[in-house]
Design a binder for this molecule. Structure first.
Ligand code: C2E
Ligand code: CA
Ligand code: CA
Length: 755
């Protein structure tokens, strides 16, 4: 029986008792009884009938769903030993269940008429008075061959009893006292039904106070439920629980819908978890029909929850290491693939296989092998982030999924590489097993998870293949699935270690390229880093800046440029070749514009006793748009010290023009690619014109870089840029050459053209 049926049952009881008490005519009472049981059984195949006994004959009481022709033909039938279900039951005082009318001997004389009306089964129960006299019979007919279910029998029993009350009240005059006794019996019967159910049934009023209980009481916050009546159910609940409980009651009363919720409650047995179903019952209290009530069915689901958890644990976790098994890992991998597709990010999957597991397992036994797997897990798992998945997919194979929000393939490759290295290094330390120390190793295959149409299977297969390649490379190696990626990574690592060496051997230095104003005067220079490689010669920044940025070496490189720049200024000053207006432009990398940079700028200038006015920091548009608040703050601090800012490669990024005025910028630098478009006859000047217009609007200076010929110089001066830089004037050169160049430029004008 579900909660709706139970609530119907309680309401039915109230309704019938009300009708009996109000003295509603018997046929109507009996009809109500029939209609209610039919609606609770809830199928049109079931049709109820009540016959009233007078002398030895049964007369029609109520049968709202049976064909009236059938009712008429059995009206007044004599009870007896073979008189169908009803006649026999009223005669024998016993319940008579006939599940197949056609073949039952009891129905021999009546079956034709029953079958004619489609009636195939009939379960009949005698109706007794409170003094155990027979009053009639209560029956359920079915239009199909059918035996009753336990719940049917309880319902029939219960409604038969109610029918008895109705008939008796109608027949006897000294009924008041009897009625009370019978009423009590009715309640007892409901209690009997509910006590056979595993649930606790609680009735509360609209204020949340306990009104009634049915069923056993271990689900209640007291051993003796009677003592709780009148108390609020929220007693002992937290303020949040109280609030949601009262909201729930309100909602149920308002909507008349069944509400289901899970809650924890301290009951006589301790803290337990329950599933509560709540439904409104109308007219629950006969004496105060206006009060609203709620039927609350509580089921203790603590054990079920524990079992569910255990089942989930068994289904999705490896029992030895407690880590996700292949199934859960595959699930998560699918999640990562979906995320990668949605956000265009890149993830990575690492397939790890232990190198000497079989040897240890075979020689020391499975127990020790198991121990090793647990220890490997304990050692490696903490090396990962919480968002990563560490799983054991079988034997000595582990799969690690690196979740990432990165869109940059190089970055995720670096991440996967550094995680692999970390895992392998930790794996190579000794393990204490049984009585000895053992060394094992591992091999890792790496597969990037990108927005391509690969399934979880493809990715695992590829990572597995990469793992085999790593195994072939020797102990403790890792390999990417794509050989091209592997090559790239190898090269990058090589460059990284060469950069380290070059830093210690001072192979990095700055070259300088002059910047010229429109009168042809020298106003400063841009410092451009160079690597003087002992074997490869001069290496240009494009080959090492990205690696240095990712490996963190960029700070050291920047320091070399700063030192060289300071020394150049000091030398030029000493030779009285420049004045206070001369400035050096320093390129700042993305990701480097932070507190560390601020510190090193301040302390370096302090060391050389130079003013920040001699320095212009070149930052890019994307750096401005990244982390805007921090960037603006740092820029303001540096500008207050005297540093100036130039926006490099302006026009190539996506800066929001609306934001530009928020930054303390001094200058826009037109990217060389736009200057290169200035060619005789084929000018594409729209962008340059736009940049100059923006600069004028925001009152910023404009400098053009990559100026290579006199046509460009002419065009730019027509447009009144403030300064220029490029091969036309000079290529970037070492500091010593720069000094000579400056000296020469003081002697003759650099610019030699008509304006
Ligand atoms: P950038 O800041 O846009 O530098 C201008 C580049 O254009 C330089 O290349 C320069 O040598 C080159 N160049 C100058 N005049 C002309 C010209 O007339 N025509 C052409 N075609 N090119 C010209 P370089 O020195 O190879 O530097 C490349 C990039 O490396 C720079 O681009 C800058 O982003 C980065 N870089 C250079 N030095 C540093 C540094 O010290 N720190 C950081 N973080 N990045 C640097
Ligand atoms: Ca630059
Ligand atoms: Ca530039």
């Amino acid at each position: 029986m579900n909660i709706n049926q139970l609530s119907d049952l309680l309401q039915a009881q109230q309704k019938i008792i009300e009708q009996i008490a109000l003295g509603i005519p018997l046929p109507e009472c009996l009809k109500t009884i029939c209609q209610l049981i039919e609606s609770i059984i809830g199928t049109p195949e079931a049709k109820s009938s009540i016959l009233v006994l007078k002398g030895h004959q049964l007369w029609h009481g109520a049968a709202p769903s049976l064909p009236s022709a059938y009712c008429q033909s059995i009206d007044g039938m004599t009870i007896g030993n073979n008189a169908g279900s009803c006649g026999t039951s009223a005669f024998t005082d016993k319940q008579v269940i006939v599940s197949d009318i056609e073949h039952d001997l009891l129905w021999q004389d009546f079956k034709d008429i029953a079958l004619k009306h489609g009636l195939k089964a009939c379960w009949s129960t005698p109706i007794f008075s409170s003094r155990k006299e027979i009053l009639g019979s209560f029956a359920i007919y079915y239009t199909e061959v059918k035996s009753p279910h336990k719940v049917h029998l309880s319902l029939i029993d219960y409604f038969t009893h109610l029918s008895g009350l109705a008939i008796e009240r109608h027949q006897t005059s000294d009924r008041e006292s009897d009625l009370l006794v019978s009423l009590k019996n009715t309640n007892e019967k409901i209690r009997a039904i509910t006590s056979a159910m595993p649930d606790q049934i609680i009735v509360v009023d609209e204020k949340g106070c306990y009104v009634d209980f049915y069923g056993d009481s271990p689900q209640l916050p007291a051993k003796n439920p009677e003592g709780l009546i009148g108390q609020v159910a929220t007693r002992g609940m937290s303020p949040e629980q109280t609030q949601s409980f009262m909201a729930l009651i309100k909602h149920v009363l308002k909507t008349d819908e069944v509400q289901v919720c899970e809650y924890e409650m301290e009951v006589a047995k301790g803290k337990r978890c329950f599933e509560g179903r709540f439904v409104r019952v109308k007219h629950y209290l006969h004496e105060s029909p206006d009060r609203q009530h709620i039927l609350w069915v509580a089921r203790d689901i603590t054990d079920k929850k524990k079992a569910d958890l255990r089942i989930e644990q068994l289904a999705f976790y490896d029992p030895l290491t407690d880590q996700p098994n292949r199934r859960l890992m595959t699930d998560r991998l699918q999640g990562t693939i979906d995320k990668v597709k949605r956000h265009q990010t890149i993830g990575a999957l690492l397939f790890l296989d232990l190198d000497d597991f079989k040897r240890i397992n075979d020689s020391l036994g499975h127990n020790v092998g198991d121990q090793l797997l647990v220890k490997v897990t304990q050692r490696l798992k903490p090396l990962l982030r919480d968002t990563d998945t560490f799983s054991r997919i079988g034997g000595d194979e582990f799969v690690i999924i690196l979740e990432s929000m990165e869109k940059d393939k190089n970055l995720i490759m670096d991440q996967a590489t550094s995680v692999s290295k970390k895992l392998l290094t930790n794996l190579s330390h000794t393990f204490h097993l049984g009585n000895g120390d053992y060394r094992i190793g591992g091999s890792i295959g790496i597969k990037l998870i990108e927005d391509v149409n690969e399934t979880t299977d493809d990715i695992l297969k590829h990572a597995d293949a990469a793992m085999y390649r790593a195994k072939k490379m020797g102990r403790n190696c890792y390999a990417f699935y794509e050989p091209a990626l592997q090559e790239l990574i190898d090269k990058r690592l090589e460059v990284e270690s060469e950069i380290s060496t070059a830093i210690t051997q001072r192979h990095f230095c700055a070259f300088f390229q002059p910047q010229i104003d429109m009168q042809g005067g020298l106003i400063g220079a841009e410092a451009l880093i160079r690597w003087r490689h002992p074997k490869k010669g001069l290496i240009s920044p494009a080959h090492f800046i990205p690696v240095a940025e990712q490996s963190g070496h960029i700070h050291h490189l920047q320091q070399a440029v700063l030192d060289d720049s300071c020394q150049l200024i000091l030398q030029l000053k000493e030779a009285s070749l420049i004045d206070e207006g001369f400035s050096i432009a320093i390129n700042i990398s993305a990701g480097q514009f932070d507190f560390t940079l601020e510190n090193s700028l301040v302390s370096t200038l302090d060391t050389y006793q130079l003013s920040p006015r001699h320095f212009k920091l070149e930052i890019t548009e994307s750096m401005l748009m990244d982390n805007i608040d921090n960037t603006v703050n740092l820029m303001h601090r540096l500008r207050d010290l005297g540093f100036r800012f130039s926006v490099d490669d302006f026009g190539t990024g996506y800066s929001s023009l609306a934001y530009l005025h928020n930054f303390p910028i001094d200058e826009l630098k037109i990217d060389g690619s736009f200057v290169q478009q200035l060619t005789p006859g084929g000018d594409d000047t729209a962008i340059i014109d736009a940049i100059i217009a923006i600069a004028k609007q925001l009152e910023l200076r404009v400098i053009a870089e990559g100026v290579e010929d006199d046509y460009q110089v002419n065009q730019l001066s027509l447009r009144q840029v403030d300064a220029m830089q490029g091969y036309f004037f000079a290529r970037p050169m070492p500091a010593s050459e720069m000094i000579t160049w400056v000296r020469k430029s003081r002697e003759s004008y650099v610019l030699n053209y008509d304006i």
